[in-house]
Design a protein around this ligand. Structure first.
Ligand SMILES: Cc1ncc(C[n+]2csc(CCOP(=O)(O)OP(=O)(O)O)c2C)c(N)n1
Ligand SMILES: [Mg+2]
Length: 645
C-alpha cells in the first residue's frame, strides 16, 4: 500500500484551482484505474512547484490510504527536546525531517517554536547569536546532506566561537525505504561526516531510546565548556513510524556539567605571581559565560588594581571601568606578569605581526615577562582546522573554566595582599584610572575627525546611533569589521550589552546572528542594535524576511562602504609590495555599478528601510524614524554610506 497521504477530493480541487492548473492538469491526465500506482513518483519529489505530471500522479493515486497511526517517533523526539528546555528550532523545511517538523507543530503545538529561515546558513547563525545572549542552545533542523552542506560555514563559525547549537539533519538510513530520486541523493551512510571536524560530537540514533539518550548527551556536551555545536542525524523512518514500545521509552535526566575549576595549588601559585608583580595585566577574550563572569572579573581586577585588556569575545569587562585598558595595547610590553583568561589567540595578542612586506613577527611582551593561562580552550581540539593559533610559551598553564575559576583565584589573591601592598596597589589603580580617562578622551577627540564629511565617518555613524539609544535598555550584537567605535565610546556595563564576534570570521554571520540575539533579547524587552558590513549583508539578506515574519525587533545599520573593503586593502598592500599600480584594485573588491539599495532590499523582505544616507545631517532624523519602528516591535534597516573604516 502506498505510504503517501492524499488530499481529500475537495482540497485537491481547490489546490488545482489555486495553482491555476486545472486546465493543464486535466489536459495531461491520462485515464487510469482508481488504484493504479503512479508511474514516476520521483517526478513528484523533484518538483518545487507541482508540475502537471506531478499533479497527475497525485490525482491518480488511491485516496483510501487510512490514517493508521496515532503516534509518531517525531512526537517522542519533540518531548525530548522540550524536556531540555529548547525554546526554538530554526529550520529550512525538508522532507527528510518532515516527521519531526509535523510533530513539532501538531504534537508539540509549535513548541519548540519554529523559526522559519530561508537558508540553513541563516538558521545556524540565528542559533549562534541567540545562544550567546540567552546562555543556552536552540535547535536547528535541516535536510540531511544538502541542507547540512549549506549549514556548514555557520557551524564552523559557531565551532570557532565555542557556541553550542543543537543541529539535526534528516536522513533515510535504510536503502530499501528510500523513494527513487531525491531521497537517494539526499541520503548518506554517515551524513555527519562533513561537519565532524567542527562539531564537538555527533551521532545517528538507530532507535527512539537511542535518540533520547543521544539528544540529552548532545545537549550536555554542547553546553559543557569548551562549548560547541553538536549534530544528530535523524532517520526519517524513526521520525515517521509509530512509537512501538511507548512503555519502554525513557527521557534521560539532564544534569548540567559543573564546569571544571582550576587546580587549587595552581590557582595559589598564580595568585602569588600576580600579587608580587609590579605590573600585572589581565588579558581576556571569552571569559563571561553567564552574568556572573563579568562581576567576577571586575572583582579580580579591582582586588589586584591591575589593567584589563579585553579582546571582547564576550561581554567580559565594562568598557568604562577605570581599569579597562583595552585600547592601550602598549601595556602588554610593560607587564611583568600576564594572566590570560580564556584567550582565543594568545600568541596573536602578545605578538606584533605584520604581513605588509613579508610576513614577520616579534614578541610584544618584555623579556622575562611571565605568562599564566587559565581556560578550557585547549581541552578539546581537532586537527584539521587550525583555529587554535600559533604556539605560545607560557609559565603556568591552568586548565579550568575561566569564569568558574575567577572566584577562588580572587580569594587566593585577597589572602596574599597584606597591608604593606595596599598603598602601592592604590597608586597603580589611580594611574590606570587616569590613563583610562585619557584613553576615552582620546577616542572622543578622534571621533570628531571628519565629523561633517560624506561618506559619513564610522565614528559619527556610531555616535549618532548611541546618542539616540543610550537611554534604552540596549544590546549591541554585531559590529562590522574593524568597527571599534562602540567599544571605544559607549558605556557597556551589562552582561547582555555585547556578545562577541563570529568566531571563524566567516562572512555572512552578522545579519542572521544579530537576529538570533535580537530574538533572545525580545522577551527581555531589550533594544537590539547591530552594525554590519554591506558585504556581510549580501551573504544572507534573506535573514530580514525571518525578522519580518517572526516580528523580531532590531535596529540594523548597514555600514555601506560599497566594498569588501578589507580585501580591497589587502590588494592595495599586495600591489604596493610588488611595486605595481594600485589604481585598479577595485576589480573584484567593490560592490558598485550598480550600487545596491539596501533599504529597498529590506522593504522587499517586509522590513522597514531607510537610506542610503549620504549626508551626515540626514542620519539623525533617519535613525529617529527607524528607532520608532523598532520600538513598535519590528526590524528596521538603515543604510549608511560610510567611510571604509
Ligand atoms: C565566507 C567568507 N568569504 C570571504 C571572506 C573574505 N573576506 C574577509 S573580509 C571580507 C569583506 C567583507 O565585506 P564587508 O562586510 O562589507 O566589510 P568591509 O571589509 O567592507 O568593512 C571578505 C570578503 C570571508 N572572511 N568569509
Ligand atoms: Mg563593505
Amino acid at each position: 500500500m502506498s505510504k503517501r497521504r492524499h488530499l481529500p477530493d475537495s482540497s485537491r480541487r481547490n489546490f488545482l484551482k489555486g495553482a491555476g492548473l486545472v486546465g493543464a492538469a486535466a489536459a495531461v491526465t491520462p485515464p487510469v484505474a482508481a488504484n493504479a500506482i503512479p508511474a514516476a513518483p520521483q517526478e513528484k519529489l523533484k518538483a518545487a512547484v507541482p508540475g502537471a505530471r506531478q499533479i497527475a500522479a497525485e490525482t491518480m493515486a488511491p485516496s483510501n490510504d487510512p490514517v493508521n497511526q496515532t503516534t509518531s517517533g517525531g512526537d517522542f523526539m519533540v518531548d525530548v527536546l522540550n524536556s531540555l528546555g529548547v525554546e526554538y528550532m530554526a529550520i529550512n523545511c525538508a522532507s527528510s525531517y518532515r516527521g519531526l517538523h509535523e510533530a513539532v507543530i501538531n504534537h508539540g503545538n509549535n513548541k519548540p517554536e519554529i523559526i522559519t529561515c530561508v537558508h540553513e546558513d541563516i538558521a545556524v547563525h540565528v542559533a549562534q547569536g541567540y545562544a550567546k545572549i540567552e546562555g543556552k542552545p536552540m535547535a536547528m533542523a535541516c535536510h540531511g546532506v544538502v541542507g547540512l552542506q549549506h549549514a556548514t560555514m555557520a557551524m564552523y563559525n559557531a565551532w570557532c566561537d565555542r557556541v553550542p547549537v543543537l543541529v539535526m539533519g534528516g536522513n533515510i538510513m535504510e536503502a530499501d525505504k528510500r523513494a527513487p530520486g531525491a531521497e537517494w541523493v539526499h541520503a548518506g551512510v554517515d551524513i555527519g561526516q562533513i561537519v565532524r571536524e567542527f562539531t564537538k560530537w555527533d551521532d545517528q540514533p538507530a532507535s527512539l531510546q537511542h535518540f533520547a539518550e543521544s539528544a540529552v548527551r548532545a545537549y550536555k556536551i554542547a553546553t559543557t565548556p569548551p562549548m560547541g555545536p553538536v549534530f544528530l542525524a535523524l532517520d526519517a523512518e524513526l521520525q515517521e513510524n509509530p512509537i512501538r514500545d511507548a512503555e519502554g521509552l525513557r527521557i534521560p535526566k539532564f544534569a548540567p556539567v559543573v564546569p571544571p575549576q582550576g587546580d587549587s595549588g595552581a590557582i595559589a601559585a598564580a595568585a602569588k605571581m600576580l600579587v608580587e608583580a609590579q605590573n600585572p595585566l589581565i588579558l581576556c577574550d571569552r571569559v563571561a559565560r553567564t552574568p556572573t563572569g563579568m562581576a567576577n572579573l571586575v572583582e579580580l581586577a579591582e582586588t589586584l588594581q591591575c589593567g584589563v585588556i579585553d579582546n571582547a569575545g564576550r561581554m567580559n569587562f565594562p568598557s568604562r571601568h577605570p581599569l579597562n585598558q583595552s585600547f592601550r595595547r602598549g601595556l602588554i610590553g610593560q607587564a611583568d606578569v600576564i594572566l590570560a583568561i580564556e584567550m582565543n589567540d594568545l600568541w596573536g595578542t602578545v605578538s606584533h605581526f605584520s604581513d605588509r612586506i613579508v610576513r614577520r613577527s616579534r614578541p610584544a611582551t618584555k623579556p622575562g615577562a611571565k605568562i599564566v593561562t587559565l581556560g578550557v580552550r585547549d581541552l578539546y581540539l581537532k586537527s584539521n582546522y587550525q583555529d587554535f593559533g600559533r604556539w605560545q610559551d607560557v609559565d603556568l598553564d591552568i586548565a579550568g573554566d575561566g569564569e568558574t575559576s575567577l572566584a577562588p583565584l580572587t580569594e587566593a589573591v585577597k589572602r596574599l595582599i597584606d597591608e604593606g601592598r595596599k598603598a602601592a596597589y592604590d597608586a597603580r589603580g589611580k594611574k590606570l584610572a587616569a590613563a583610562h580617562l585619557a584613553m576615552v578622551e582620546q577616542s572622543k577627540t578622534d571621533a570628531t575627525i571628519g565629523w561633517d564629511a560624506s561618506p559619513i565617518t564610522t565614528a559619527r555613524m556610531c555616535a549618532e546611533v548611541y546618542n539616540q539609544i543610550k537611554d534604552e535598555d540596549w544590546s549591541v550584537v554585531g559590529t562590522s569589521i574593524r568597527l571599534s567605535w562602540p567599544h571605544r565610546l559607549w558605556d557597556f556595563k551589562r552582561p547582555y550589552q555585547w556578545n562577541g564576534g563570529s568566531g571563524g570570521a566567516g562572512i555572512g554571520y552578522n545579519l542572521p546572528a544579530s537576529l538570533g540575539a535580537a530574538l533572545a533579547n525580545k522577551k527581555h524587552s531589550r533594544f537590539t542594535v547591530a552594525f554590519g558590513g554591506d558585504g556581510d549583508f549580501m551573504f544572507n539578506p534573506g535573514a530580514l524576511w525571518t525578522a519580518a515574519h517572526h516580528k523580531i525587533p532590531m535596529l540594523y545599520i548597514v555600514h555601506n562602504n560599497r566594498a569588501y573593503h578589507q580585501e580591497y586593502m589587502y590588494l592595495v598592500a599586495m600591489a604596493a609590495r610588488h611595486g605595481r599600480g594600485v589604481d585598479k584594485m577595485d576589480i573584484g573588491t567593490t560592490i558598485k555599478d550598480p550600487n545596491i539599495d539596501y533599504a529597498t532590499v529590506a522593504r522587499g523582505m517586509g522590513v522597514y528601510g531607510e537610506g542610503p544616507i549620504v549626508d551626515p545631517k540626514d542620519l539623525g532624523p533617519a535613525l529617529s524614524r527607524a528607532i520608532a519602528v523598532v520600538k513598535s516591535g519590528e526590524t528596521a534597516v538603515v543604510d549608511v554610506v560610510a567611510d571604509p573604516r
